[in-house]
Design a protein around this ligand. Sequence first.
Ligand code: UD1
Ligand code: CA
Length: 479
Amino acid sequence: MKRYAIVLAAGKGTRMHSDRPKVLHALLGKPMLAYVLTALSTLPWDDVFLVVGHGREAVQAAFADAGTFIVQDPQRGTGDAVRLALEAAPELEATFLVIYGDAPLIRAETVERLIRTHEAAGADATALTATVDDPRGFGRVVRDAEGRFLRIVEEKDADSAERLIREINVGLYAFYGPHLAEALGAIRADNAQGEYYLTDVLHHLLAAGRRVATARLDDPEEAAGINDRLQLAAAEQTLRRRILTAHMRQGVTIEDPASTWIGPDVMIERDTVVRAGSRLFGETRIGRGCEIGPQADLADAIVGDGVHVWYAVARGVRIDDGATVGPFAHLRPGAAIGRGVRIGNFVEVKNSTIGEKAKVPHLSYVGDAIVGREVNVGCGTITVNYDGVKKHATIIGDGAFIGCNTNLVAPVTVGDGAYVAAGSTITDDVPGGALAVARARQVNKERYVERLMARFGRPSRDPDARPESGPKQDRRNGE
Ligand code: UD1
Ligand code: CA
């Protein structure tokens, strides 16, 4: 039998108080709806129908390839949404899974298990339930004295006895298409919210003599439906804990789980230590035996083995084996840090390749540059890459030595093994092996201070107010 999935994501999400559609609110950097689609991803579907309505342009733009979009406008309830999806399905003779777009904690195994239970039992409907400590906000599962399923009652329609029921409707169902369509035709919007409730379908199916089954969640945490920002934050914590647990189980040390945030798509190899206050997001991959953090903020970073990154921000970068980054470094998109490179404090690197074992240890900006192997970039060196209109490239050859406080005015090339004297402003290419000195020659004015005092009088006796005298001004610098 064919299988279709229906994802309901048309609701307004009123309780979020947001301009953004609810299903686009993010957990660990990824929209809620992405998690729901991931939960579907382990099973093959003949099609996935996404029912959208409120803010549909944004939802469609963000999930263009996720399946077939169906517009529900106005949004008249979950039952109405499913009816529209069935009308769009090429055939009814199939299993239809219904999942809500605001349920990001449902696991793929749970979806699979529900489908298999449903199909094995040959049921017309199988609804997933969970027993929770705090059932507020959920539909309650009403059973008879023998424990047989009777119906689901929404909280707003429940009487005080029904509200005490702790078995709730998770909002994940499997249906046999033809009988689902039949039951959807029977439901009415005669309830507290004036909506067509999908949940009423179950009651109608039973009344028509169809087989309605329930399956129970092992881990009630999965049941969380996100209706407001408190639930969003709580679900994010659950997800965060799950991810940290998985990494620790696979051989990653997480020094302080309470202050560590790792996104769902991050991969970390064994014997890496993630220290306190680190945030790893996006498509970040980290190799073996690394020390990441304290306070490493990485997104979309491809990190090799044995890398040390601490107190640093890096986005869209590559950091090869054995490199060290930080403290207080900023690696921006396109930074490729070679093996054994040292990026030190207060260094910013953007769109630049830093060759193996090169050093940029302190206070530098390297942008749009190709830095060769074993180059030493002295403290305070700046690539002057922007002329106010365009960005220009700086190329530094292997083994070059750039003295402290150098400006490299791009476009410019420093050849292999060349030296640049400290304090130079380099505007012309430097041939390999040459020394470039590009600074004003020092002038010492002998006995200048004495003559100054003769003209303007003696300075105060206060030692703090005295100008520095003698030795420093007399000292000669080598060329
Ligand atoms: C729903 C269930 C409730 C269950 C709970 C689980 C119904 C009637 N109630 O309640 O039994 O315990 O989920 O979290 O189904 N949607 C549409 N079109 C609409 C209305 C809603 O696409 O016209 C979508 C929403 O965007 C949302 C999902 O359906 O993603 C669920 O709707 P919501 O209003 O959040 O239902 P709950 O009140 O949480
Ligand atoms: Ca909900």
